[in-house]
Design a protein. Sequence first.
Length: 454
Amino acid sequence: DAYLAAIDAANPQLNAYVTVTHDKARQMAATSDERLARGEAGALEGIPLGIKDLFATEGVHTQACSHILDSFLPRYESTVTANLWADGAVMLGKLNMDEFAMGSSNETSYYGPVKNPWRAKGSNLDLVPGGSSGGSAAAVSAFLCAGATATDTGGSIRQPAAFTGTVGIKPTYGRCSRWGTVAFASSLDQAGPIARDVRDAAILLRSMASVDPKDTTSVDHPVPDYEASIGGSIKGMKIGVPKEYRVDNMPEEIEALWQKGIDWMRDAGAEIVDISLPHTKYALPAYYIVAPAEASSNLARYDGVRYGLRQSGGDILGMYEKTRASGFGREVKRRVMIGTYVLSAGYYDAYYVRAQKVRTLIKKDFEDAFAAGIDTILTPATPSAAFGIADQDMAADPVKMYLNDIFTVTVNMAGLPGIAVPAGLDGRGLPLGLQLIGKPFDEETLFRTGHVIE
Ligand code: GLN
């Protein structure tokens, strides 16, 4: 009730939730009370969570914040949310996000932008919470849920976490089932939690993760007790600092934050090693070929027949055209156009195949670093703090918006786990985050090391 009251009071301002499931929340909480009374509590019994609108929730609107999924009511539950409910968690509602998870500011949502609960000192300017999981990050940061689900295709858990002073982890590709999660770029998409601290993130990920016969890319690898890794020493650990992440025009504050992180690691007994990930500079352009290519294919299913919105347009082709023209927003259309272009005969080899080769090289850079004995890699999470809603520069140039993902996309291209942990405030009092990148299925090292930063 306290969380629902907080949502009702703050959401008209923040716009973090697109659906609040008052009745369902109370029902689930009552069931939790009964289970607690019987001494049958699950790991998350009674814990109120917000769910990104990308996860299918049975009987509860699931629209990926797109007009084209208007009034879509799934008859099934995503595996990740089913795992959370099985452990006793309570659903508060569905969280705002960029349309189909395409964006870095939450401004592409059909339901309008989310406001970051943080503002710069002495300023009235409303800031973005980052994206695409902007609603998840804002809701956690503003105490409108105890934790939230999110997804990360190219940074959408870690960048919003960094912009809102929360913790976000994208686990190894295959750690969580993608079943029942609206697909954006299937070879990159991965679910994970956004939480108030590293311990909460560890507890949530343990419940979310599972191998699932309904997603053949989920991996049968034991899910450890992540919480147990927190508080352990990082003495003797080798922490890589990649020189290629020192990008041009990096603000001094980000540089200083990174140095602070390096000092903390050293003080905790870790060994700092300068490393090179030579193909880093190709990651962003390659990502913005691979992700739209997969998106254009995944979004072909929204044809006005099977889901949500349908506009009449004379014959069937007219219906397809009218439905897709009015149902998709500008950014989604841009991705579909880029994707179909790079997959078309004549351009396929020059763009798509080449981007896939670059992807292999990026993956190999990380493999080489880990093979040389590096345990985890420390970088900034984002190239800046949160920026203003309707930022003129970003609106005028989509590539400027894409540059927000410069430190995060490499991790998705390589399928590795990455965590963003709040590490301090900039001169204006806005949160900044550091990122740790780990070996495949070594989320434990990220929790252990992340806890040293927070
Ligand atoms: N900002 C990136 C994009 O727009 C990443 C989005 C995501 O991780 N879902 O594609």
